[in-house]
Design a protein around this ligand. Structure first.
Ligand code: ACO
Length: 370
């Protein structure tokens, strides 16, 4: 069982925790940067675009610098810039194709000294939320071999769900790179995802803790002040709280009569009296006398006889049919164990046992004794 003590739920730190904290305190911010020819962007945005172009040029050395510059400043492309203390430390350059329901990620990079701190994750989640707000539910990118692992962790896969007609001729084709896709779920707030998961983990942890506290409870235990008697499993304090349920197999070992002690006693007494009236019952009426059969009690470990059964019945010992039947059958089994098969006693045991079982069946008091 995964419980609070395993430590599984104590791991509350998510990959994007640091950037989120920096964003909350104003150290870090995201900015959509766009070289819009119709409406001149603020100078600061153009400065950040130059900074982002430099990050891409350093981090994607196989891409010609001129090509990067052309794409980053192309009015059809936009960039999500990651700005830390007024300096661009990374970003994603993308192009949206709203009619085709996808967004192409052209460049994605974080400055070398800021990598593997969670910025790449938070940046991708921020772009996912941005795309959903613009009704775009697919990301496509040609990932460099070295970045496939990162994209996979962001939910990208080589298994492209979008139809080829939707992107063929629209997206730029890069040699040696792998086309990957990420399908977005509009109901998921991606930047809040790790917080939601941690909250869910916390709720589950508390539920498990509560359940374990209940199970750990010390119950009063069983009482035998009225003598030893049969107790149903479900009557044991605490058993039901653990989720115990009786199986159909258990119910075949009980009888409806077990629920009514008075009726049970009447029915069993009636059967016992009929057995006592059987013509071959006389050897089983009283305990075997040791002086007549000196080795009897060495051979038979659990002796029993009809007189003892009667006494037990009077004392209320038989709280269910099963206990009564077990004692009765033991009388005949003991007899067959001690006596030769050819003896009269052996035959009497078989005859009276058959009679007893039939009587029990007649009154509906027989149960499965396996
Ligand atoms: N390969 C495999 N796994 C990676 C890589 C990688 N190259 N980079 C990061 N990861 C893993 C991290 O270990 C982390 O895993 P974890 O959460 O299990 O610990 C997870 O991805 C996310 O890590 P972040 O810290 O959020 O990512 P980071 O801020 O380092 O940004 C990025 C990742 C953008 C790939 C950065 O490493 C980078 O700029 N690399 C160089 C440029 C590059 O390769 N860009 C992609 C080219 S393809 C394209 O542009 C379309």
């Amino acid at each position: 069982m995964v419980g609070p003590e395993t430590g599984f739920f104590n791991e509350q730190v998510s990959r994007d925790q640091l950037p989120k904290e920096e964003e909350r305190t104003g150290v870090l911010k995201f900015q959509i940067l766009h070289n819009n020819l119709k409406e001149k962007p603020p100078d600061q945005h153009l400065i950040w675009l130059v900074g982002l172009k430099n990050v891409f040029s350093h981090q994607l050395p196989r891409m010609p610098k001129e090509y990067i510059t052309r794409i980053v400043f192309d009015p059809k492309h936009q960039s999500l810039g990651l700005i830390k203390e007024n300096t661009v430390i990374g970003g994603i350059c993308f192009r949206m194709f709203p009619t085709q329901n996808f967004l192409e990620i052209v460049f994605c990079a974080i400055a070398a000294n800021e990598q593997v701190k969670g910025y790449g994750t938070h940046m991708m989640n921020t772009l996912k939320d941005y795309a959903i707000r613009h009704n775009i539910l697919h990301f496509l990118t040609y990932a460099d071999e070295s970045a496939i692992g990162y994209f996979r962790k962001q939910g990208f896969s080589r298994d492209i769900k979008l139809s080829r007609q939707a992107y063929l001729g629209y997206i730029k084709d890069y040699e040696g790179a792998t086309l990957m896709e990420c399908e977005l779920n509009p109901r998921v707030p991606y930047t809040q995802f790790s917080i939601i998961i941690n909250k869910q983990k916390e709720v589950i942890r508390q539920l498990i803790e509560r359940k374990q506290a209940e199970i750990r409870k010390v119950h009063t235990g069983l009482s035998f002040s009225q003598g030893v008697h049969r107790i149903d499993i479900q009557e044991i304090p605490g058993i039901l709280e653990t989720g115990w349920k009786s199986s159909p197999e258990d119910s075949s070992k009980h009888n409806e009569l077990d629920k009514d002690p008075e009726k049970l006693s009447v029915v069993l007494r009636n059967v016992l009296n009929q057995v006592k009236g059987h013509p071959n019952v006389w050897p089983f009426k009283e305990p075997v006398k040791e002086d007549e059969y000196p080795d009897y009690y060495e051979t038979i470990r659990y002796p029993i006889d009809l007189h003892t059964v009667s006494e037990r019945l009077k004392s209320g010992y038989y709280s269910c049919c099963r206990l009564f039947i077990a004692d009765m059958l033991r009388i005949f089994r003991n007899c067959r164990t001690y006596n030769e098969k050819s003896s009269d006693y052996y035959k009497y045991a078989n005859a009276v046992e058959r009679f007893f079982i039939n009587k029990m069946k007649e009154v509906g008091a027989m149960v499965d004794m396996t």
